[in-house]
Design a protein around this ligand. Sequence first.
Ligand code: 5AD
Ligand code: SF4
Length: 478
Amino acid sequence: MNLPNLLEAKKRSREKVLTKTNAYIIENNLKNLGVGKKYYVKTYGCQMNEHDTENIKAILEDMSFTEALEMEDADLILLNTCAIRENAHNKVFGMIGRIKHLKETKPNIMVGLCGCMAQEEIVVEEILKKHKWLDIVFGTHNIYNLPNILVKSLKEQKLEVDVLSCEGDIIENIPVKRDSKYKAWVNIMYGCDKFCTYCIVPYTRGKQRSRNPEYIINEVLELVKNGYKEVTLLGQNVNAYGKDLNSDYKMENLLEDVANTGIERVRFVTSHPWDFTDNMIETIKKYDNIMPYIHLPLQSGSSKILKLMGRRYTKESYLELYQKIKKALPYSSITTDIIVGFPGETEADFKETLEVVESCQFDSAYTFIFSPRVGTPAAKMDDNVTIDEKNNRLQRLNNLINEYSKKANDAYLNKVVPVLIEDYSEKDSHKLMGYTDTMKLVNIDGNEEYIGKIVNVRINEIKTWSMDGEIVNDHISV
Ligand code: 5AD
Ligand code: SF4
């Protein structure tokens, strides 16, 4: 049993990160383990987790498991979890309760927990205390070892916990079963070294490790060859890409090389204002296939709170960067993340956040109430904001954000914009759905022949969270 250890997870050494190209090995005797059995992976949290799930699915299929459409039909259920806020944590324990009931009627199902929550001491302690009936727990650093973890639990007929709290390696040969045939997630780096005081990610995902550019470019070239239209370069803090590689190769170089692969759309998330350079802005401007969409978390508009958060920028420097981006890329859409109710946030601090929102007029924003995470510095800070006040601030912030989202969307009425058609709409099976270059969701009348193509769409109705449009000419890409 390997248990998580937050103190270990916090350490950052100068040791070189290892890139392993043969860590994932599937022994012959494991290749048929899942014959006739089905798996179901439930994913919580961010795009990084969604992409990890694509890896987990491929590993399970290498063992001959097939995917179940419903959890109730599965022989193996995995919860790929998120630790960022308490409500994600609570949802997972709620789900564990539900699965326990299911196991009473189907005692042979295997159940596992993985992802960021598995990296938390308090979570694993709770599982060992109350949910020893689970079969496996594994973390974010050893997904590649899933076959062996599963087999160990099967052999010993007991809970196998295998969580590593090291800084992490880079594993290059994990297979992937992508959800989409047209757009793909591509990890460019793992972990984070920023240690914002509220954030659990540097502990659950380890040290910042940039993938070697050749591996990234080759992955994208392969995707182009297989007909993919869009890649999203993934990292907790993508602008810091390359800082750990001991070379001059930075995010702007990577963006340029990825753009030059010929892929039709390049996106990247998430940016940190601290590392967003002028060269990055120039590169985005230079390439038509780098999408004019930037997610630029603000977190707070008060320089005092930003300092307590350890964000390394001020209200003024954020605004300066924002205006610089908008000036260089006037058509771009910019979205953000904001936390309210951080310890010590006064009404005056909160008003500064509202002022920044008024000034930037974001296209949209994810807004959160501060959630203390055990082991992070902010969890120990004096939290003097009442829950009523936090709810009130969130409500007022959301009202303002929604006002500007509507305004930003209204500007699209009667405009013609490029949309990558992904599928039929989940809400209305007669319509197609896709995203504009600026990441606006559009529902469109049309038929199957457009799926997987980038088409010109005239926007003819603006709704609260989406737009309706019609295809105006033949597709612009095949
Ligand atoms: N409490 C509330 N929100 C948080 N986030 C990260 N950690 C916390 C926390 N402890 C938010 C930040 C981040 C987004 C992914 O989640 O806004 O950008
Ligand atoms: Fe968390 Fe800050 Fe790293 Fe983002 S940059 S993952 S908020 S520590």
